[in-house]
Structures are given as C-alpha cells and as structure tokens.
Write a protein that binds this ligand. Structure first.
Ligand SMILES: N[C@@H](CCC(=O)N[C@@H](CS)C(=O)NCC(=O)O)C(=O)O
Length: 221
C-alpha cells in the first residue's frame, strides 16, 4: 500500500498509527502541505478534497477520508481491532473518536486557519481559536472515555486512541494548557510506549525537516 502523508498532519498520523497496529507494509509518499502540493492538479486527481491522507491499495484503488480508511482497514484486517464487536461499545468508541475527527479537526484545519488569516485575524487569534476548540472537545472527550484503563477504552488501543494521540500532538504544538486533561496525558504516555505509535510520530517521518532517533519505549511502572 502507499500512504500519501504529511509529517505534521494529524489525519495522516491517525493512518500511520493504524497501519502500524495492523502491521501493514506500506510506503509513504510525502505531500508537502506548506508548499501547497495538496492543491496540485495531480494530487487533486487522487484526493478531490485536496487533503492528506489518501491510501492507495495494492490493486491501485485509492481511498480517501481518514475515518473511512480506518473503517476499511478494520473491516479487512481482523488483528488489533479498532472498535468492539458489541455495537453499543462500538458506538461509544466512535462517539469519542468523532469528537476529534468531526468537531475539533475540521475547524482547526490548515485551510480554515488560512481563511481566518485572509479575513484579518493574526497568528495569536488563530492559536486562541485552535486552543478553544481543543479545550471544548477534549473536555467532552474526557467524559466519554473510560476512567481508569490503560487506553481510552480497555487494555488495547482503539479508534479513540488513534484519533486522540495526533490531536494531543497538535495541542502540545500550540502550547495548550493540558492541566485539566491528566487522564488524556496518561493515555498518551501509554500509547507512545508502543512501537506502532512511536514509529508514527511526526518527528520520526522521513519528510520531517529534522531527524530524531526513535526512543526506546519507556517501561510502565
Ligand atoms: N476529513 C479529512 C480531512 C483531511 C485533511 O484536510 N487533512 C489536512 C491535514 S491534517 C490537510 O490535508 N489539509 C490541507 C489544507 O487544509 O489545505 C480526513 O479525515 O481525511
């Protein structure tokens, strides 16, 4: 498979984690969002919404929309399930995941920030905007997940963790006060102790403008 990805894109980060959890061999094709490569005619032919990620399957089929691709991977590869077989539990996992995928990410996307700036807002206002939506979304997310398991739902990463960890990366990037979200930070520590998550981290991507060696997974006390 081929994953069209940008190192700092949180939706690409979701898929990098997922492909690692499912142990799918894949090549990464970097699309530089800062250079606007996603808007080129060649890339729009792959993804008409001009965003990453896109996933090309071995038979050449191209899939778009990270949540749809995650569903496809989960339906076709049974190991490391992303949602539970129980429909009620699956709905709860999806509800938490959609807070990030539908309520936080779209309003904080690069193109939304660019539009806000074009309307006269400065960088400081843009960062406050992004922190606002993360604050609201994380507060709701934290009430929907389980209280004391290693991950959002149970003892293995689910779709909710796959969505949460990239969004937390953005929260750190934009210097959000995560004091009220200790449960989320605890889950982040548990996820980033796993190789599938570590290998997916933005700073470990070949298109990142700097290189950091993959740290050894910390052992859990
Ligand atoms: N809903 C889409 C969103 C894809 C998306 O817009 N990704 C961002 C990066 S996280 C992007 O490519 N933005 C480009 C832009 O806004 O110009 C998905 O989940 O795949």
């Amino acid at each position: 498979m081929k994953l069209y990805s940008y190192w700092r894109s949180t939706t690409s980060y979701r898929l990098r984690i997922a492909l690692n959890l499912k142990q799918v061999d894949h090549d990464i094709i970097a699309v530089n969002l800062l250079k606007g490569e996603q808007k080129s005619a060649a890339y729009r032919a792959i993804n008409p919404m001009a965003g990453v990620p896109s996933l090309q399957l071995d038979d050449g089929t191209i899939l778009t929309q990270s949540m749809a691709i995650l569903d496809y991977l989960d339906a076709t590869i049974k190991s490391a399930p992303f949602v539970n077989d129980d429909p009620l539990r699956a709905a709860k996992i999806r509800a938490a995941s959609h807070i990030i995928a539908c309520d936080i990410h779209p309003v904080n996307n690069l193109r939304v920030g660019a539009r806000l700036k074009a309307m006269g807002h400065d960088q400081n206002e843009l960062e406050n905007w992004m922190r606002h939506w993360m604050q609201e979304g994380f507060a709701a997310f934290q009430t929907l997940i389980e209280k004391d398991n290693r991950f959002c739902f149970g003892d293995a990463p689910s779709l909710a963790d796959i969505c949460l960890i990239p969004q937390l990366y953005n929260a750190h990037r934009w210097r959000m006060d995560l004091g009220p979200f200790v449960r989320l930070l605890d889950i982040e520590k548990n996820c980033l102790a796993l190789e599938a998550f570590q290998k997916a981290m933005p700073e470990h991507q070949s298109d990142a403008p700097f290189e950091t060696p993959i740290k050894k997974a910390p052992t859990r006390a």
